[in-house]
Design a protein around this ligand. Structure first.
Ligand SMILES: [Cu+2]
Length: 283
């Protein structure tokens, strides 16, 4: 039994050390983008993502406990009930108490998981009253952002490797970022102009399909200023991997200032609704 006890102690210690290490790494991670040797999810910048991370960690503990419990049972069976140690096996076939336990306990575990799971689902799907609305249109292969309240739209195209400035992440940097104010509810409407794309930003906890002929809705409330990156998450063709999403979360004043200059810069021109149409016209 000493071997068994040592084995259990070893497994418990390993799991604890691993979990602590993963948490320490997550804490030091740069926000808004993945980093080398990352373990776990990107750090959250919205209440929804904070809840997703909490739920993920909660499930991890439940899964780890169940797996360890089953492992311990297996080890006990292997050690105590092998042919050498237990030459005359018991002929027991039923035990009402244990059958009730192994039915009721899994039900209780599933209910324990279902309650926070549904709470989170409703939280994600119920868009609160929006302060800002942005429509993101997925195109082969870039995103266009439209601010319907202020009537302007612009294209957001990935910056090529040779044009990157120091500090800008490769494959995640765009020429024109989507800009939103901090601590405000931003409603995101998504649609596709050609094929199905998907608008996803890990640190905001959002991922929603952008489907031609249909408008989907999601929301986020970024609680920290900064630059947050995401990518198209629906295989949409040749350059699927090269249509990143970059959101710049700024203060209320900086947002108003950006809005003023963006309205002039991207003044809506109905004759040239997209870059492609403008290119075809030779402009
Ligand atoms: Cu796409």
């Amino acid at each position: 039994m000493l071997v068994l006890k040592r084995l259990i102690a070893f497994v418990v210690t390993s799991v604890t050390v691993f979990a602590a290490g993963a948490q320490a790494l997550a804490a030091t991670a740069a926000t808004g983008q993945p980093h080398a040797w990352q373990l776990g999810l990107q750090a959250g910048a919205t209440p929804v993502m904070d809840d997703i991370i909490w739920f993920h960690d909660f499930l991890l503990w439940i899964i780890a406990s169940i797996t360890l419990f089953v492992l311990v049972l297996l080890v006990v069976v292997v050690v105590k009930f092998n042919a050498r140690n237990n030459p005359v096996p018991s002929r027991t076939t039923h035990n009402t108490t244990i059958e009730v336990i192994w039915t009721v306990v899994p039900v209780l575990i599933l209910v324990t998981i279902a309650v926070p799971s549904f709470r989170l689902l409703f939280y994600q799907l119920n868009t609160p009253k929006a302060d800002v609305t942005v429509k993101a249109t997925g195109k082969q292969w870039f995103w266009s952002y439209s601010y319907p309240d202020d009537k302007f739209e612009f294209d957001s195209v990935m910056v090529q490797d040779k044009d990157l400035k120091p500090g800008q992440p490769r494959l995640l940097t765009v020429d024109n970022e989507m800009v939103v104010p901090v601590n405000k509810v931003v409603r995101v409407l998504t649609t596709g102009a050609d094929v199905i794309h998907s608008f996803a930003i890990p640190s905001f906890g959002i991922k929603i399909d952008a489907i031609p002929g249909r408008v989907n809705e999601t929301w986020f409330k970024a609680e920290r200023e900064g630059t947050y990156h995401g990518q198209c998450s629906e295989l949409c063709g040749r350059d699927h991997a090269f249509m990143p999403i970059t959101v710049h979360v700024v203060s209320e004043q900086a947002y108003t200032a950006w809005l003023d200059q963006a309205k002039k810069k991207y003044a809506a021109d109905d004759s040239h609704p997209t870059t492609l149409a403008a290119v075809e016209d030779g402009k």
